[in-house]
Design a protein around this ligand. Structure first.
Ligand code: UDP
Ligand code: MG
Length: 312
C-alpha cells in the first residue's frame, strides 16, 4: 500500500510566492506519484491564515485548476503555529508534511522524508545544513536561543524549524495536547516514536518579506521558554538565595564595623543601595513569575485555537 501524502502549507499574505510554491509542490507530487512513492489521492493543503491580500483567491484558483490542491481558510489571522495546527489536525493522509510557503525549505527533501517514513520513521525532521542565507542577526539569535533552551532542559531538534513529516500516529498523538499556545517544535519531540532527520540547505525567501518581524520572533521565543521550562522560576529562587547570603555577610560587616572598628557607619550607602538592589531584583522576579501566571491565565481559559471559515 502506498503512502497517502498530505502537504500542509500555512500562508499569510503570500500572494507573491504562492504560484511558484504550488508549481514546485505539484511537480514534486507528480514525480512521486508516477514513481509509485505516494498514492494518487495525495494532496497539497494551503491554510490561509487570515491573509489580507489575494492569497485566498489564489488558493481557490489553484484548487480549481488541479484536483490535488485544497485550501483551508481560517476565520482570521491566528499566527503560524495555529495555522499549521489547524491544517495538521484537519487534513487526511498517512503522512503529513508541513512546510512554509516561502520556499526557504527545499521541497525536494519531501521525497527523502517519505522514504524515511516508509522505512519506519514516524517523525522526520528537516534540519538546515547551513544558515548561510539568513541574516547574521537571525542566525546568531537562533543559535543562542537553541543553546539556551537546551540548557533549560527543553528538547529541541537543532536547526529544525517547522519543516517535518509526521505519520498518522504522531498526528493523533499531537491531537491529545490541549495547549492553546502551541510551540510545535517543542511538542513534537515529546510525542516520541521513531524519528529521523533529513538535512537540507536553507534558501533565501523566494519572494515577499518575512512575516516574523523581531517583535513576533521575541514573543515566539518567550512562548517556547514559558511553555516548556520552569528553569526561570528556579533561577529566581537561586537569585533570592544568593542575595540573602550577600545580605548576611553585609550584616556581619556592619557588626564588625560598629563593634571592632568603632567606625561610625555613615549609613547612607548601606541602606539606600540595598533598597535599590532588592527593589530591582524583586521587580525582575515578579516579572518572571508574572510570565508564568499569564501563561496559566491564557491556558485555563481553554479558548479555541482556530476557526475554519471554509475549505476548498
Ligand atoms: N505565517 C502564517 N501566519 C502568520 C505568520 C506567518 O501562516 O501570522 C506563515 C508564512 O506565510 C510562512 C510561514 O508561516 O509560510 C513562515 O513565515 P516566514 O517565512 O515569514 O517566517 P521566517 O522564515 O522569516 O521565520
Ligand atoms: Mg520564511
Amino acid at each position: 500500500m502506498t503512502t497517502r501524502l498530505a502537504i500542509v502549507v500555512p500562508c499569510y499574505n503570500e500572494e507573491e510566492v504562492l504560484p511558484e510554491t504550488n508549481r514546485r509542490l505539484l511537480a514534486l507530487l507528480t514525480r512521486m506519484q508516477s514513481a509509485g512513492l505516494v498514492s494518487s489521492d495525495s494532496a497539497v493543503h494551503y491554510v490561509d491564515d487570515g491573509s489580507r491580500d489575494r492569497t485566498w483567491a489564489l488558493i481557490e484558483e489553484l484548487a480549481a485548476a488541479d484536483g490535488r490542491v485544497h485550501g483551508i481558510k481560517l476565520s482570521r489571522n491566528r499566527g503560524h503555529q495555529a495555522a499549521l495546527l489547524s491544517g495538521l489536525l484537519t487534513v487526511e493522509g498517512d503522512a503529513l508534511v508541513s512546510i512554509d510557503a516561502d520556499l526557504q525549505d527545499d521541497v525536494n527533501v519531501i521525497e527523502t522524508m517519505v522514504q524515511k517514513f516508509a522505512e519506519g520513521a514516524e517523525v522526520v525532521y528537516g534540519v538546515r545544513d547551513s544558515r548561510a542565507t539568513d541574516t547574521p542577526f537571525k542566525r546568531n539569535t537562533a543559535l543562542a536561543y537553541y543553546g539556551l533552551m537546551r540548557k533549560m532542559g527543553v528538547d529541541l531538534v537543532h536547526n529544525h524549524a517547522d519543516f517535518r513529516l509526521m505519520g498518522r500516529r504522531a498526528i493523533e498523538a499531537l491531537r491529545e495536547y490541549g495547549e492553546v499556545n502551541m510551540f510545535l517544535r517543542g511538542i513534537v519531540p515529546l510525542i516520541g516514536y521513531r524519528a529521523a532527520t533529513v538535512k537540507y540547505d536553507r534558501a533565501e525567501r523566494f519572494a515577499g518579506v518575512s512575516k516574523y518581524p523581531l517583535r513576533k520572533m521575541l514573543t515566539f521565543a518567550l512562548e517556547g521558554v514559558t511553555s516548556f521550562s520552569v528553569v526561570p522560576l528556579r533561577l529566581i529562587t537561586l537569585l533570592g538565595f544568593l542575595v540573602s547570603v550577600f545580605s548576611f555577610f553585609m550584616i556581619l560587616f556592619v557588626i564588625y564595623g560598629t563593634l571592632v572598628m568603632k567606625a561610625v557607619v555613615p549609613g547612607w550607602a548601606s541602606s539606600v543601595v540595598p533598597i535599590y538592589f532588592l527593589g530591582g531584583i524583586q521587580l525582575l522576579a515578579m516579572g518572571v513569575i508574572g510570565e508564568y501566571v499569564a501563561k496559566i491565565y491564557l491556558e485555563t481559559k481553554q479558548r479555541p485555537r482556530y476557526f475554519i471559515e471554509k475549505t476548498v
